[in-house]
Design a protein around this ligand. Structure first.
Ligand SMILES: *Cc1c(COP(=O)(O)O)cnc(C)c1O
Length: 969
């Protein structure tokens, strides 16, 4: 066939549904490869068209064989109009509910230049620190702010939300407490969603949770042993209490103490570290992050140094680079789930980096005086409300509070809340007898007048500041210059620009990270996220306020059901890891509902993602590893033996499909039959769904449950390490066990959520990271069934094209029997390393000199690189990447030939900074070779800001907050 024929054949078969010239076809914008590019790739693969490729790659037994039943694609213009229509169905209210979520002002300079800026939101988790210094600095500021405000030594770079942070603190305390008790005591005045998530997490771990009133007349700590105590400061009721005696008492009984604290309140109150707490947790939402119907927001955790090695999540630390300059990197990574697997202490992977960056920048912009002023104003306003209500004869329950006033109105709570709604204000009714009014940064004099008016009072003037007595904060915080130098908008703008300029994100080059699916995050998909009709929704507002949002949620759930072939989906999990835990807990609950309590064994292949094993342990399961054969496939003989061995104790198998080895295994249906035959359930990790959408459905080829990663397959940007959404999709028999939420705000007509039998709450908010759901909704809406299928096949074509081009330079480790990979490929660098001493690290760092982010390193096989191009990269970019890899192989060959020693060559010296162009040069390669290697155009050069970072030094000398300025001298 001539190239021309092939071109028209490809054009005909792949673009049949519309004119290729249609300027409004979104799929053609999303899919980077154009008609000639696709023809060239298919020719290299000996395939006539994408249909032929599908037949060659996807095992016949699992093929869907029909088009997905999704609405016909809408254009970008139409989609925005539909989103506007949905937004208009939401009701914008003044949110004074509190309960862990407070309205806030996102400074415009941060909203536009971080939240809406692809330089920040399209970045990856900073595993390649040399090209991630900007976001690492932002996160170090976050850690510094959290540790300063809480008065504790060390804080991590974010948790998924306050409730999961509290649950993680529970298990951390259990590991580190001297008490051997399994009892955990929780202050009854704790946010109900926090208690709910703790209950969910405690049950499979055999932790007994005792929720108890610690403050009424003869209360206090319960009799008997307990390993940990959770206090709330302020409490869910708004009360601020002196908890020092309780903490000392708990310590004397060998228990650890966590305080859930509001960082804004801590600008005025003595911090947890000073009242004796071991750990502090909470949310940083009110530091400039929109409510967004419950998320995403960054949770935080801070600890004392004695347990720093037990800290879950990611931690940014300071080290130095090869030139001796200070440089940031992720510290103590050997703690993390991806390394420790079933020995991991937490399954958190994707966290909330973008939101932590926003909170961090909010503290940088306002500084300590600014934050204190904001907090004082809130406190004054709350005091004014309290005084006014008291003046009008209303009982205000607590004398000491920060921003929340609790009015006791026996039998009248609903009526008052309803009356406030007439005024456009949402308050919180706690049962029939109490109303809570929570002041935020947005609260105005007019709001206060409306609110007190509902109680029949007239706002009184400002009262004197209420003093917190012994609880008044006396220590300084945010003393580092970074929190003082960016007060003008110009300074802030330039700081944000300077940091983002240091980083490589998708707005500069492809990020070919296997398993992570770094695809286009289209602007139209992003638009609705910051619209006030979505961003301003409080998660506990009456459901009718969120009618448009819930309609969107409902449609998205239906579409995901159609795409996956399952019966029901829950959008509550706010990361893949949480979807995994939900799915495994659903399996556990299912077995227990049938009296099969003994089914606790979870089979997991050796190649699985670290979260799988970590989640299984958190779900109370015992991990048994299944081997893989030489071809990288699950060893069916070993599997059969393990299934036979564990027989009636088998709970589940957890597999990834296509496999983490990047291959469509054709044994999947046999595998599922084998496990089902023994009474086990099949969990299909959906992280690789980008190879399946429109081609095959896990719910149909054997899966009982899957989690998806909307931040991979469905275009939610990675944000530098979060946010994410990890929906859990299940077959009908598991649907009753999906997550629920304690606040009963879930529309009863939507019976699939929150019904009897549920595993309970998995996230703090009913719909998790709700405000980013419009992104995935818009993606599916604009792609349609045909666009999605074409995207999947293009991603597969691109991966196979790369595999073909690079195989002779870096052998592709695994392919299917027909010689194809799925949507990613593993390049084996081990022979190269054995022969030359050049490591996978050297190659990864050298790619930065060529302007690329490295592929996934040493996962799932040590010493390899896993490349996933996605459908969004055009052929020119794919070729630029392949050319860089081939040029790098040429450099390795020079080392092999003895031209350069293994200890001193452009690979080992990588990455090279601009500084390497001046001063002494005593390397056997030239500066030009170092900085402008083949294909790098000087005018477009990206310079990594630091040279190779010494990770071990940073771990030995752990510094996890902003270093003194002299360090940079
Ligand atoms: C990304 C990933 C996960 C974990 O998802 P998070 O959203 O990061 O928690 C699990 N399994 C696989 C195979 C993945 O690639």
């Amino acid at each position: 066939m001539s190239p021309i024929d092939q071109y028209s054949r490809a054009a005909h078969s792949n673009f049949a549904h519309h004119s290729p010239l249609d300027p409004e076809n979104f799929a053609d914008r999303h899919i980077g490869v154009d008609v000639p590019g696709l023809a060239a790739m298919l020719e290299a693969l000996d395939q006539v068209d994408l249909d032929a490729l599908e037949h060659a790659v996807v095992p016949p037994a699992i093929r869907l064989g029909r088009a997905l039943d999704l609405p016909a694609p809408a254009t970008e213009t139409q989609t925005l109009a539909e989103l506007r229509g949905l937004a208009a169905k939401n009701r914008s209210m003044v949110q004074m509910i509190g309960m862990g979520y407070h309205d806030t002002i996102t400074p415009g300079v941060i909203k536009r230049n971080v939240l809406e800026n692809p330089a920040w939101y399209t970045a990856y988790t900073p595993y390649q620190p040399e090209i991630s210094q900007g976001r690492l600095e932002a996160l170090l500021n976050f850690q510094t702010a959290v540790s300063d405000l809480t008065g504790l030594d060390i804080a991590n770079a974010s948790m998924l939300d306050e409730a999961t942070a509290a649950a993680e603190a529970m298990t951390l305390m259990r590991r580190t407490s001297r008490s051997k008790s399994n009892r955990f005591v929780v202050d009854a005045d704790t946010l109900p969603q926090t208690i709910a998530v703790i209950m969910t997490r405690a049950e499979p771990l055999d932790i007994e949770v005792l929720v108890t009133d610690l403050y009424s007349a003869d209360a206090g700590l319960p009799i008997g042993d307990f390993f940990g105590l959770l206090l709330s400061y302020p409490g869910a009721s708004g009360a601020v209490r002196d908890q020092q005696a309780l903490i000392a008492d708990a310590h004397s009984r060998e228990a650890k103490v966590t305080v859930a604290a509001d960082l804004m309140a801590l600008t005025l109150l003595r911090p947890p570290g000073e009242i004796g707490a071991d750990i502090a947790v909470g949310s940083t939402q009110r530091l400039g992050v929109p409510l967004g119907f419950g998320g995403p927001h960054a949770g935080y955790m801070a600890v004392r140094t004695d347990v720093q090695r037990q800290l879950p999540g990611r931690l940014v630390g300071v080290s130095h680079d090869a030139a001796g300059n200070p440089a940031y990197r992720l510290a103590l990574q050997t703690r993390e789930q991806h390394i420790r697997r079933e020995k991991a202490t937490s399954n958190i992977c994707t966290a909330q980096v973008l939101l932590a960056v926003i909170a961090s920048m909010y503290t940088v912009y306002h500084g300590p005086e600014g934050l204190r002023r904001i907090a004082q104003k809130m406190h004054l306003q709350a005091a004014q409300i309290a005084a006014t209500l008291r003046g009008a004869g209303v009982t205000v329950e607590h004398d000491v509070f920060f921003d929340t006033v609790r009015a006791l109105v026996p039998g009248r709570a609903r009526e008052i809340v309803t009356a406030a709604r007439e005024e456009g204000v949402n308050l919180w009714a706690d049962g029939e007898d109490a109303v809570q009014i929570s002041v935020s940064e947005k609260t105005s004099a007019a709001h206060i007048e409306s609110v007190v008016g509902v109680f029949g009072a007239e706002a009184e003037g400002w009262t004197a500041v209420s003093f917190f007595g012994d609880l008044q904060r006396t220590t300084t915080f945010l003393t580092h210059p970074v929190f003082h130098e960016h007060r003008s908008e110009t300074a802030m703008l330039r700081y944000l620009r300077r940091l983002s300029d240091m980083d490589l994100a998708l707005d500069r080059s492809m990020i070919p990270l296997g398993s992570c699916t770094m695809k286009l995050n289209a602007t139209t998909e992003m638009e609705a996220v910051t619209w006030p009709e979505f961003a301003g929704l409080h998660p506990f507002a009456p459901v009718q306020d969120a009618a448009g949002m819930l309609e969107l949620v409902d449609q998205l759930e239906k579409w995901l059901v159609e795409i996956t072939g399952y019966a029901a989906v829950s959008l509550q999990p706010n990361a893949g890891s949480q979807g995994e835990l939900s799915g495994l807990l659903a399996i556990r609950a299912y077995h227990r509902s049938r009296g099969d309590d003994h089914r606790t064994v979870c089979l997991i292949p050796a190649s699985a993602h670290g979260t799988n094993a970590a989640s299984a342990v958190m779900a109370g399961m015992k991990v048994v590893v299944v081997g893989t054969d030489d071809g990288g496939n699950i060893d069916m003989t070993d599997l059969a033996a393990k299934v036979a061995l564990h027989g009636e104790n088998l709970a589940a198998i957890m597999i990834t499909y296509p496999s983490t080895h990047g291959v469509f295994e054709d044994t999947i249906t046999d595998l599922a039959a084998l496990v089902h035959g023994a009474g086990g359930q099949v969990y299909v990790d959906g992280a690789n769904l980008n190879a399946l959408v429109g081609l095959a459905r896990p719910g149909e080829f054997g899966g009982d449950v899957s989690h998806l990663n909307l931040h991979k397959t469905f275009c939610i940007p990675h944000g530098g390490g979060g946010p994410g959404v990890g929906p859990v999709a299940v077959a009908a028999h598991l649907a009753p066990f999906l997550p629920s939420h304690p606040l009963g705000l879930i529309d009863p007509s939507r019976g699939e959520v929150g019904t009897f039998g549920s595993i309970g709450a998995i996230s703090a908010a009913p719909w998790g990271s709700a405000s980013i759901l419009p992104i995935s909704w818009a993606y599916i809406r604009m792609m349609g069934a045909d666009g999605l299928r074409r995207a999947t096949l293009t991603a597969i074509a691109s991966a196979n094209y790369i595999a073909r081009r690079l195989d002779e330079h870096f052998p592709v480790l695994y392919t299917s029997a027909t010689g194809f990979v799925a949507h990613e490929c593993i390049l084996d660098l081990r022979p190269m390393t054995a022969a030359t001493g050049v490591t996978v690290d050297d190659v990864a760092k050298r790619l930065a000199d060529y302007g690329f982010h490295a592929p996934t390193m040493s996962f799932p096989v040590a010493g390899t690189l896993m490349v996933e191009p996605t459908e969004s990269e055009d052929l020119a970019e794919i070729n630029r990447f392949c050319d860089a890899m081939i040029a790098i192989k040429g450099e390795v060959d020079q080392v092999a030939a003895g031209v350069w020693p293994v200890t001193d060559n452009p690979l080992r010296g990588a990455p090279h900074t601009a500084e390497s162009l001046v001063g002494d040069w005593d390397h056997p390669y030239t500066r030009t070779q170092a900085v402008f290697p083949a294909g790098v155009v000087p005018a477009r050069k990206y310079f990594p800001p630091v040279a190779r970072i010494d990770g071990a030094f940073g771990d030995r000398n752990l510094v996890c907050s902003c270093p003194p300025v002299e360090a940079y001298a």
